[in-house]
Design a protein around this ligand. Sequence first.
Ligand code: AMO
Length: 449
Amino acid sequence: MDDETIWKRTKFAAEIGEDDYNTEITLCGWVQYTRNLGKMAFVHLRDRTGIAQITALSKTMDRELFDLIVSVPRESAVCVRGIVKQSPQAKAGWEIIPYKVKIAGEAKTPLPLGVVDKVDADMDTRFDNRFLDLRKPQIQSIFMIRSTILDAVREVFLEEGFIEIQTPKIVATATEGGTALFEMKYFDRKAFLNQSPQLFKQTMMATGLDRVFEIGPAFRAEEHDTVRHLNEYTSIDCEMAWGTLDDSLDVLEKVIQRVYSNVLNHNFMQLESMGQTLVSPERPFPRLNYNCIIDKLSARGIEVVDENTGKKRVIEWGDDIPMDGFKEIAKDRPSLYFIMKWPMKLKPFYIQPDPDDPEVSQGFDLNYGEKELVSGGQRVHDPELLRKLIRERGMDPEDFGFYLKAFDYGMPPHAGWGLGVERLTMIITGSSNVRETVLFPRDKHRLVP
Ligand code: AMO
């Protein structure tokens, strides 16, 4: 065998079974553990599917090869070619008797972060050495599940007749208002990183593409330093023309349900490695009205700071729900539920008022316990109402030129929503911090790696 062929993996560890006994295979991965007993040595080789035991016998093998195997530093990247032998003593019921080993990349010692050590490293050390952190099966599992989630989302959108789009992330104006934006230099002009594809996805409703979705980055220059906020996250956005609020809720429930069922079907091993149990939610998801939530929270004495007096008082209709309010709701609703009929003043300018009560909006949130997962709603499609609502929020319709123009030349009614991939992954994987669900999180303190 020449040196080139040994680089080619023929099996992953988890693929090895009885059919492979007494056959030759090549495994590639990282040396997790080595134990040298003198006459015999055991090496655990880890790949993304599991661990293979390599058993080297000094008597029957080349001395040089034996010495090489026992001296490979932990976490080195290696390929091993050998014969699969049935072995009742080995955990998997088989072991690999090696006859060729190639060290592709030797690991320096000591490791900046242990991969199998029990001691839990702090988050900074982990993120500084994310490539090593990601070698841990339970961390890798999060990203395998994230991949299934995105696949499931696309699957439903495509089945439902949506077209995938990409909209610009460098924009000229502060789009939705509310959130702070990251400013950047665009040649000799000022530009911003987009906080949401909102204005573009709505503009698409005036094109006749009818149903669009986008999965892309969104940037928020928020100061928040919480376990739920990132400064760069991946947003799943959709918008449907000639669609109602209920149509958008229907698609959302289908998306969430498919995410659960595909993860349950495809990621059993990953869920197990994380000790996570999932139960697919039933449709329709519970729908709670904002006013009922406020009644309940005020009865339980939840307080907010009054905008006018700056003093604390019991929550009332019109107040945003504070985190302890959501925690209170989560006691009764630990899983998925919609919050409907929010006051207009708590929703962005593009959300349509309720036909029966102009103070109430047709915007909704989907929460999981205390966490907000999605927001969306029926949009305003009348350009004059839109201009009025922009002005009422202290913004200038002139700044929304390209967006409003699309409404002036035949805009159909439409509805849609935005869902944060990381928050969804957090819920599905049971992660306690949203940073766990991003390869290289961007928060107030972290820009590298
Ligand atoms: P909103 O601002 O509520 O709505 O965001 C929608 C969803 O995006 C996720 N998200 C975040 N995830 C992590 N870190 C953040 N800083 C962050 N901010 C938001 C959440 C949230 O529920 N244009 C509207 C959507 C629409 O109406 O279509 C919007 O962006 O999961």
